[in-house]
Design a protein around this ligand. Sequence first.
Ligand SMILES: Cc1cc2nc3c(=O)[nH]c(=O)nc-3n(C[C@H](O)[C@H](O)[C@H](O)COP(=O)(O)OP(=O)(O)OC[C@H]3O[C@@H](n4cnc5c(N)ncnc54)[C@H](O)[C@@H]3O)c2cc1C
Ligand code: SF4
Ligand code: SF4
Length: 942
Amino acid sequence: MLSGNYNRFYNELITFIPSARLITDPLRTLAYGTDASFYRLIPQIVIKADSEAEVSRILQASDRHNIPLTFRAAGTSLSGQAITDSVLVICGGNWNNYEILDKGERIRLQPGIIGGQANRYLAPFGKKIGPDPASINAAMIGGIAANNASGMCCGVAQNSYQTIHGMRILFHDGTVLDTADENSRAQFKKSHSALVDNIQELGAAVRADSELAARIREKFRIKNTTGYSLNALVDFEDPIDIILHLMIGSEGSLGFAAEITYNTVVEHPHKASSLIIFPDIASACKAAAIVKQQPVDAAEIMDRASLRSVQDKEGMPDYLKSFSNTTTALLVETRAHTRDELQQNIDTVKQSLAEVPMEKPMAFTDKADEYTKLWNIRKGLFPAVGAVREIGTTVIIEDVAFPIARLADATLELQDLMADYRYHEAIIFGHAREGNLHFVFTQDFSTQKEVERYRGFMHAVCQMVVEKYDGSLKAEHGTGRNMAPYVEMEWGTAAYGIMQQIKNIFDPKNLLNPGVIINANPDVHVENLKPMPQTNPIVDRCTECGFCESFCPSRDLTLTPRQRIAVQREISRLRATEANPERLVEFETDYAYLGEQTCAADGMCAVGCPIDINTGAHTKEIRGINVQSAVVQRAANLIADNFERITGLVRLGLNVVHMVHQLLGADLFEKVAAGTRRISKSLLPCWNPYMPRGAGRITPSNPSSDGLPRVVYFPSCVSRTMGPAKGDPDNESLPEVTARLLKKAGYELVFPENMHRLCCGTPFESKGFLEQADIKSKELETALMQASDGGRIPVLCDASPCLYRMRIVMNPQLKLFEPSEFIYDFLMDRLKFEQRDTTVALHHTCSTMKMALEHKLLAVAQACAQNVVVPDLVGCCGFAGDRGFSHPELNQSALNELRPAVAEKCAAGYSTSRTCEIGLSQHSGLYYKSIVYLVDECTQSI
Ligand SMILES: Cc1cc2nc3c(=O)[nH]c(=O)nc-3n(C[C@H](O)[C@H](O)[C@H](O)COP(=O)(O)OP(=O)(O)OC[C@H]3O[C@@H](n4cnc5c(N)ncnc54)[C@H](O)[C@@H]3O)c2cc1C
Ligand code: SF4
Ligand code: SF4
């Protein structure tokens, strides 16, 4: 229940925001409130804001009712700056418009675009955005700019502060300033003269104070995100330019960035990397200082503990295990426009380091697979600590910077401090060129003693960094709540006073993300710590980083994987403490739909997760518990034992539905179907005009002659039952077309014995019938082993989701192929392709993506069609086998961006999963079918 001002504020919001985008229930406020930090605040209201005009009105309402607001992009912040116990305004996924300007010299971006996506837009121009946080494939532009995030390459030269060109800023009263528009600047100077004058005067005063100005310049020579970007006051004189640059790194506490224009930087086409091994930290730091002056784009230091944390992981070079206890590595990358320039760079770097002692001769590689392996060592460090931590503890990544000349001493002292405070698992790595070190350790916050250990350690670190080395307490991750008590310690009273004035000028009522950066509470960094209770081994290692969220098809409908885990943790906490039974019941009840039923269980979350957590597997386990009753189990066994009969009935049912559809026409039938579904309380499947008719039953025949190459063809149960949709110009079923294509390519087909009884188990597994799933896949495995002569003959399955499961659970001797993979690997040379002058849409199923087969599917499609559109904002379609029939809203939400991307341009759509194709057709208006149809159409035998 909202009280007082919050109630009045809500009542105003509801006049211009639909209630579906105003969240106040306990489960979702907890879920949405979660970010990657180790703090927990639960918002009272979560607003999913839709447009600049809407945010402007929200700001005005907040001003009127004195309600604090916190903005949220991807919620990957680590310092507690993206959370609130007031109102959270989410401006994420649907803020995704962009415009490339001046042939890629600049890019205008809405704040919800993921950094990596912006770089994909810029790639054809040989450009990228400057800021490059390690979280770039999850973090969004709004958060990247508001945190002044940076990473391995951008240093202090290419961060948001240096590369920002312009911004549309919304101030606390809802006014908009477009800094790139002269009219808007002039207008703002008039309408907000007091704010502008105050900033101008503050800038003038700071520049006049030569000691303070010099101090500010000095501090920003190395990375620094502690406090506000005071360099704006010394680098610029125009007040609007100062305002623009103060917004960078302000963590949503000065205003809202509705649009950001970056000057882009060059993305070099040629790269080479070397993992240089030094005997100790001192030599590695000496080398880092040297390479800073060389043509080197990144130099990542990793201490021995870091190397040890990943040395046993798959794909790591064996030599990592053989180093001494003081070994330190520097992973160096150089980039160039041409091959010759790259070689020159390599020679220069090698010469520059000739005098520094090394444990192993230095060698560069420009081969993508080799340098990717080297960078995987670095990228695996944070997840490695997260993955081995004790359940219930938090993994903390700290982020300090030192003047590079003193990096060696500082690193050694940091190691000593960590030992003093018994953080024996801690590792140190970082961007050595910039003097920026991350140290990662695990922390239990469940007892006061442990909280005190953390407090003591952080205080000692702060004293060391500031007093001894004059470094930065936050180099990249932002101040948030975590470093707020130490901003004054780092900057001194005068500079801190200026920061307080800045906050006051922009936000006189302290309503914009209060408590971050400027906070009088000396304990704020050890308050509101997030509990991490044990919940289920599949998800217990989750660090709540949020990297999985953009992969999830239910992210805009109900919950993301991170949110599902956060809610499950809360349910476990409530069960264990028995403190609040009503809340527990409410959470358990609401989770059934928000968490379990609307999870596609496709496991795409594991693709984005640094520690491979598959929340879908957890969902299947929950479903397994829900289907334990004897009656339900008996029904599942009945289906598994009578599979041929059941698929026959489904075929028949589809044909009957198809006939009625033909008789009534689409409009009337849709109404009848919707009515019957309503009466059945959604027990009957949802019908749509692209529903397939029953597939013609195929009669397997055995190979007749010897001499031709053979392939075992297993048509999935879905292809055996579901034919094309009514109206689709293709009349044949997928098995018929596949068989023809294979024969055209000169193959003889072998079908597994009793094919119509067989199933890979996926339909059972996705509903939690894990035992029946295993029985079915075992039966199929036996039949395939026999048909393939013990694995000698390749096996083709025509549905990628089925093939994916088969690959995981079946005998590795079987050579299993997905359709696009089989065509790419075996048929390209055996068929004559005729590329048609047409544009087609292509959909990579989640299984295609999990098996990393996108490039093969794309290459096959491009061999057939001149233009192939793969919509960049469409991931897993959420149809999830048959969930698209029972929860069509999941499919609809996941495919929101499909129609605008393909409907006008494309003649047809292609994919590799029949059920996904039903939803894809419905939400695009195109007929989607298997890629096999396209290849059959565009090829002749040789
Ligand atoms: C595993 C891991 C690795 C990381 N590595 C790095 C790294 O290498 N370098 C680095 O710098 N950071 C790193 N981070 C931290 C974080 O990812 C970045 O700071 C990132 O830029 C935050 O972006 P976001 O979209 O998640 O923003 P959020 O966390 O949602 O928000 C960040 C801040 O911006 C504010 N904000 C959001 N949108 C707006 C807007 N439109 N207008 C005004 N204010 C807004 C929020 O209120 C908040 O204060 C890492 C995080 C994790 C979990
Ligand atoms: S599941 Fe993985 S990616 Fe998602 S929040 Fe947890 S650790 Fe991060
Ligand atoms: S399995 Fe799919 S729907 Fe479920 S949480 Fe993971 S990505 Fe989301």
